[in-house]
Structures are given as structure tokens and as C-alpha cells.
Design a protein around this ligand. Structure first.
Ligand SMILES: NC(=O)c1ccc[n+]([C@@H]2O[C@H](COP(=O)([O-])OP(=O)(O)OC[C@H]3O[C@@H](n4cnc5c(N)ncnc54)[C@H](O)[C@@H]3O)[C@@H](O)[C@H]2O)c1
Length: 222
């Protein structure tokens, strides 16, 4: 069976690279108009060009999912340009490591603001556009850590449980025909793990980030 998304509008947060970029490309191949919302403007522009190659409809909007106003602006722009939103892939995320004793409140809040509150912000902004179309789908890219908290990353494990709750909460507000799904990603060789593993070690972080980019064949600032 071949599924098509012709003329559907798909919004992918964190679509500038990694899992989000792969998702954006796949939806574009299946006929969707794809909007990438990401805080990394250079990578986001490049990603939109790649996703839109061959005349496909793709658009990048710079947006920080941790900032409600930024998300509201970004989703509004896409709604106006593409005429609505049918599918939201809530994928933007960061990874930081540390045990309970060594985790600062600042680090905890950083993870929660992006990975948890970010899902709330984009769902809040996109749901009215889906309801206006009498249906839609929200997919939250969660993690294996939803079920198994990592030994070295209590914020990650905790936020994943919360993320499931955020996924389920808007269910009662969604339109008839609406669909909500959490996808638990396993460990993959994207930039997120390299950066997370080296947080607090700037030199290792830079080297590791460069290696991750090189692995993906992307040019890397040295
Ligand atoms: N790669 C893995 O092994 C793995 C495992 C489990 C879960 N995940 C989850 O999958 C999702 C994607 O991860 P990935 O591996 O592709 O990571 P990645 O680092 O390759 O990509 C993450 C993207 O999110 C964007 N982003 C980060 N913070 C943002 C913010 N505040 N606002 C907007 N955009 C922001 C980044 O700029 C980047 O483009 C994340 O939610 C991550 O937690 C990944």
C-alpha cells in the first residue's frame, strides 16, 4: 500500500538536521508541502533547499520551540503561506547529561523548556489550524528513555514521561478525525548525542560535533 500526502501541510520542528530532516524529506517525497521550524537558521535554510529540490514545496521558518511567541509567529506564517496545517511532527529536542547531584537547575530547565514545553507550544499553536480543517495528526518524537531513564541523564528520562503526557493531553481538544502518536526513537548517530555527551567539555564538543557532521557528509565549520 502506498500512502500519499499530496497537498497536505506537514510541519516538522527541529527539521534542520537529523531525524527531523529525514522526516521532512520523506513527507516531501510523498507529496506534502513541508514546513521546517528550527532555531538553527543556516542549517534550516539548507535543509529547506534540500527538501524542496525538484520543485517540491518546502519552507523554513526560524523558531525557538521553547519560546511561545516565537512558535506562535512561526506557525502563523506557515498557516498563512500554506493555507493550514495537517500534520505536526514535534521533533525538536536537545540532550544533556548529568546525574541528579551534578545536574544544575539551569540545565534541568533548559531541557524541560525545549523538549517538554516546546511540544506544548507547538501543539497549542498548530491545533486550532487542524481543528479548522476538521482533522489532523500530531506525532511527538519521544525516546526509548520514555520507558527507561538513562543512568546519566535524569532530565531526559523525566521529560520523556512528561512528553507522553503532553501527547495525550491535547487528545480531548483535537478535532474529530484527529490523531495523536508518540514515536520513541532509539539511539541514532545524529548530532544530538555527540553534543550531549560532551556538554561541559567545549573542546570535545566541537570535535565531536564536527565528526557527526562529517559522518553525514555536511560541511562543518572548523
Ligand atoms: N538521535 C537519537 O539517538 C535519539 C534518541 C532518542 C530520541 N531522540 C529524539 O529525536 C529528536 C531528534 O533528535 P536528532 O537525533 O535528530 O537530533 P539533532 O541534534 O540531529 O537535531 C535536533 C534538531 O532540533 C533543533 N532544535 C534544538 N532545540 C531547538 C529549539 N529550542 N527550537 C527549535 N529547534 C531546536 C536543532 O537545531 C536540530 O535541528 C529529539 O527530540 C531527540 O530527543 C533522538
Amino acid at each position: 500500500m502506498s500512502i500519499r500526502f499530496d497537498n497536505k501541510v506537514v510541519l516538522v520542528t527541529g527539521g534542520a538536521m537529523g531525524i527531523g530532516l529525514a522526516t521532512a524529506k520523506k513527507f516531501a517525497e510523498l507529496g506534502a508541502k513541508v514546513a521546517i521550524l528550527d532555531r538553527d537558521a543556516p542549517a534550516g535554510q539548507k535543509a529547506a533547499q534540500a527538501v524542496g529540490s525538484g520543485g517540491r514545496a518546502a519552507r523554513f521558518v526560524e523558531c525557538d520551540v521553547a519560546d511561545e511567541a516565537s512558535v506562535a509567529r512561526g506557525v502563523k506564517t506557515i498557516g498563512e503561506e500554506f493555507g493550514g496545517v495537517d500534520v505536526l511532527v514535534s521533533n525538536a529536542g536537545i540532550q544533556r547529561y548529568g546525574d541528579v547531584v551534578g545536574t544544575s537547575e539551569e540545565l534541568w530547565n533548559e531541557v524541560m523548556d525545549v523538549n517538554l514545553k516546546g511540544c506544548f507550544h507547538v501543539a497549542k499553536a498548530a491545533l486550532p489550524l487542524m481543528i479548522a480543517r476538521a482533522g489532523g495528526a500530531i506525532v511527538v518524537v519521544a525516546s526509548v528513555q520514555t520507558f527507561t531513564a538513562g543512568r546519566r541523564d535524569p532530565p531526559a528520562g523525566t521529560r520523556r514521561f512528561c512528553r507522553l503526557d503532553v501527547t495525550h493531553t491535547p487528545r480531548k481538544f483535537s478535532a474529530p478525525g484527529g490523531h495523536l502518536q508518540a514515536v520513541d526513537a532509539g539511539a541514532g548517530p545524529t548530532l544530538i548525542l555527540s553534543v550531549g555527551a560532551c556538554a561541559g567539555h567545549p573542546r570535545r564538543q566541537k570535535t565531536s560535533a564536527r565528526r557527526a557532521r562529517d559522518r553525514r557528509g555536511q560541511s562543518s565549520p572548523r
